[in-house]
Design a protein around this ligand. Structure first.
Ligand code: MEV
Length: 309
């Protein structure tokens, strides 16, 4: 029986979430938390040993409806779902890589990132290709940054928007994640920002400011200026709060981290999920996050992208 395993990393967003959906710049890093997806041919589709229930698994349903025969699916994940750390992108990317390989199709880079993005777009109703590009390429990526931001990888176009994805080299730095334990689905938060934007014209200025903050962040990364980068991250958290995607629990963990950090912010869609802190004192930040009800962990970046195992 033919069997294929693929794995793909989660990610954290340093700057630019939500605004990137509107074509603004963003920075994401793949992290050392992955989803492994093992597929084999079967008479009927099963998921982790049970009959597959499409209604409970919208990402898998969306990917399977594009012409897959029945498959036996096993998934293993070290990324909490709804944690803002890219579990849906890692699932989409690893599943598509395994499915294509099982069917003798060789897709990687732009082609794979685009297919995984279309899955997120379909399930969430709106999305940017940031998470799926980070999961495909691994390491660090910038989207819609200046030309000198790094080697150009691919462009993804949808409706009237183009996202230009570049490899991003980042200096050695320590990031601590604080997971609130609150599961937050991305689609409704992206929709919340859309509604806010259509109701209040000033939200466009906030989105623009997130974009400018992100471009400054790319410069700070290039200059290895962690003090500046930290300030920009904290400012970005303020802007995201104005858009209504932070929450009490995230604010509490951000506040708790700031004393021992260059800066801190929510990461991903918000509404729960996780925050990140840029720090030289990871033990102290972890202690403080735990004391305030979060689950802390230090992440390693420079993680490779999707791969066959
Ligand atoms: C979610 O990880 C990032 C968002 O910007 C949505 C997206 O880019 O698709 C909130």
């Amino acid at each position: 029986m033919k069997q294929v395993t693929a794995s793909a990393p989660g990610k954290l967003i340093i700057l630019g979430e939500h605004a990137v959906v509107y074509g603004k710049p963003a920075i994401a890093l793949a992290i050392d938390r992955r989803i492994r997806c093992t597929l084999s041919e079967a008479q009927e589709t099963t998921l982790n040993g049970r009959p597959f229930e499409p209604g409970k698994h919208p990402y898998l349903r969306s990917m399977m409806q594009h012409g897959s025969g029945p498959v036996r699916i096993f998934t293993e994940s070290s990324i909490p779902p709804g944690s803002g750390l890219g579990s849906s992108a890692a699932l989409s990317t690893s599943f598509l890589k395994a499915l294509n390989t099982l069917n003798g199709i060789d897709k990687s880079g732009k082609e794979l990132a685009t297919d995984a993005f279309l899955t997120e777009y379909e399930v969430q109703g709106r999305a940017s290709p940031l998470d799926t590009s980070a999961s495909t390429h691994g390491h660090g990526i910038s989207v819609n940054g200046p030309e000198d931001a790094g080697e150009h990888l691919w462009d993804i176009v949808m409706n009237d928007k183009t996202w230009s994805v570049r490899d991003l080299r980042v200096p050695n730095m320590t990031l601590v994640v604080g997971y609130t334990g609150l599961h937050a689905a991305t689609g409704p938060l992206v929709e919340k920002v859309r509604r806010y934007k259509s109701k209040f014209k000033f939200a466009d200025d906030i989105i623009d400011e997130i974009g400018e903050t992100t471009v400054d962040g790319m410069k700070a990364l290039k200059e290895r200026d962690l003090v500046r980068l930290g300030d920009l991250m904290t400012n970005d958290h303020k802007l995201l709060s104005i858009l209504g995607v932070s929450c009490k629990e995230l604010n509490k963990l951000v506040n708790a981290s700031l004393k021992h950090s260059y800066g801190a912010k929510l990461t991903g869609a918000g509404g729960g999920g996780s925050m990140i802190a840029l720090t030289d004192e990871p033990e102290k930040v972890c202690e403080s996050i735990a004391l305030h009800g979060g689950t802390p962990f230090v992440v390693r970046t420079e993680e490779p992208g999707v791969r066959i195992e």
